[in-house]
Design a protein around this ligand. Structure first.
Ligand code: HEM
Length: 469
């Protein structure tokens, strides 16, 4: 193939933008992911945009996106501005690490979140499920209007901190001194800083920057409590040096292969907290958004729960999860229609050709992954919530079903290491809640907006819970 056969970035078309600011004014909004989707409709699967001269290639082509994701860590990395913004906040961990540092950090994270470990830690997931169930029963008795996204976030924080750091928090019962509130401040600020054309906060701090600083300080205090506690446990029980019982202990224990610096340990505890909570709680919230509009589907999940764990309140063994196929289908379908990470931001580390597009070193790329997940060519009746499509009993001959275009957890060597934990949390909670309750939306579905703040969540989702009949 000669140079002339390649498509250059320069020759890609562009949606309509402003003269100097380019596409920034349109993108600077609460739903930038939907703006990207509109641009895909307008300009096709591959195009370019610019923010005050800074150019981005946008791809919504699943094959192109898959190739780019798989060319990591060598040829593509995360968008460097993400690293800059995260590091400035002290979040210097596996999500933004590159090269050898990333390889070194990825291993203990992947080990800690392996299928084997999620299985071993299942009693923790169960304990938190029982705790939130008791809380939801009280809500149901009192007919309280529930902000489920916040409740699910507490659920995921408590699970991550106990599984990964060996620390019990009880955020579900609001016993963590505002820790959740401080964590909630972080993602919106990462989002606004990553897309800011100029780092104004370094010269002039607005109120939101000062709030961020205060939250970072409070989070730092809690993270050091986790670290000090883990150090004490290791001191008291030297056996843990040989066999650390969780992720944080594994980072703290020196072994012949690696020694993590204090900064790496702190950064990775912070990373785990951030990566594990919003993503999972948002996905659970979207599942409830749909379930509340489909009582007949809630009844099916309930029937499955009755068969799998009978008279018990919760699925008491890890093996139960594998049998909860319909609850799993709900989770998959919610993530297909409402992926909480609809786009990923990357950058090329060298000159490279992907398909026939010639991409120079340093090119920023946005991989738009959602459009393919809701396209008729990939899924029949693509915009409808139809969890049965994920059941093996569905006849594949009559319907389009392309699970290979799903990128809710990313792809390639840097795919989400928390996938198995997240799916387990989702299946158990969806099944348990449907077993005990019917959901009623307290706002019209059209008043529940998709909002993007580094992850995408349902703004204004409020439900009441009625005891299952
Ligand atoms: C439904 C829930 C979740 C979703 C949708 C999700 C999604 C993602 C996505 C899209 C990525 C980027 C992948 C890529 O670049 O290819 C990612 C990375 C990551 N996720 Fe998750 N995630 C979820 C839950 C979790 C949980 C529960 C944890 C841990 C407690 C976790 C830890 C991480 C980490 C550490 C990374 C960085 C991996 C790396 O760069 O090597 N995630 N996640």
């Amino acid at each position: 193939m000669t140079d002339n056969e390649f498509i250059s970035v320069k020759s890609l078309k562009s949606p309509k933008g402003a003269f100097i600011l380019g596409h920034l004014p349109q993108f600077n909004t609460y739903n930038k992911h939907q703006v990207l989707e509109r641009w895909v409709e307008e300009s096709g699967e591959l195009f370019k945009i610019h923010f005050v001269g800074k150019e981005f290639v946008v791809s919504a082509n699943p094959d192109f996106n898959n190739k780019v994701l798989r060319m990591r860590p060598d040829t593509f990395k995360r968008f460097s501005k993400i690293d800059e913004v995260l590091k400035e906040m002290g979040v210097d961990g596996v999500f933004n690490a590159e090269g050898d540092v990333w390889k070194r950090q990825r291993k203990p994270i992947a080990d800690a979140l392996s299928v084997k470990n999620v299985k071993a830690f299942y009693p923790i997931i169960l304990d938190k499920t029982e705790t939130i169930l008791e809380k939801f029963k009280r809500y149901s008795e009192n007919e309280t209007v529930v902000d489920v996204q916040k409740e699910f976030m507490a659920f995921t924080i408590d699970i991550t901190t106990e599984i990964a750091f060996g620390h019990k928090l009880d955020t579900i019962n609001n016993k963590s001194n505002g820790f959740q509130k401080h964590l909630e401040v972080i993602f919106p600020m990462i989002n606004s800083r990553v897309t800011a054309p100029f780092p104004i906060w370094r010269y002039f701090k607005k109120e939101k920057d000062k709030t961020l600083d205060r939250s970072l300080k409070s989070i730092e205090k809690v993270i050091y409590e986790f670290i000090d506690d883990a150090k004490n446990r290791i001191e008291e029980n030297p056996k843990l040096k040989e066999e650390p019982s969780n992720f944080l202990e594994a980072l703290l224990v020196e072994n012949k292969d690696v020694k993590f610096t204090d900064k790496e340990i702190y950064g990775n505890v912070f990373t785990m907290l951030l990566a594990g909570e919003d993503t999972t709680s948002n996905s659970l919230s979207w599942a409830v958004f749909y379930l509340a509009q489909h009582q007949e589907i809630v009844a099916e999940v309930r029937d499955e729960a009755k068969v799998v764990y009978g008279a018990k309140d919760v699925p008491s063994t890890y093996e139960d999860i594998e049998s909860l196929k319909f609850a799993n289908a709900i989770a998959q379908e919610a993530m297909r229609l409402k992926p909480t990470t609809p786009q990923l931001y990357l950058e090329s580390k060298e000159d490279v050709v992907v398909n026939n597009v010639s991409i120079p070193k340093g090119t920023s790329i946005i991989l738009q992954n959602k459009v393919a997940q809701t396209e008729e060519g990939n899924f029949s009746n693509a915009n409808a919530f139809e969890p049965e499509r994920w059941m093996a009993s569905e006849c594949p001959m009559h319907k389009k079903h392309s699970p290979n275009v799903m990128r809710a957890f990313g792809g390639g060597a840097r795919y989400c290491p928390g996938m198995h934990l997240a799916k387990s949390e989702m299946i158990v909670l969806i099944s348990t809640l449907c077993k005990h309750f019917d959901f009623k939306l307290e706002v019209k579905p059209e008043e529940i907006r998709e909002r993007f703040e580094f992850t995408m969540y349902p703004e204004n989702l409020k439900v009441t819970l009625m005891p299952a009949r």
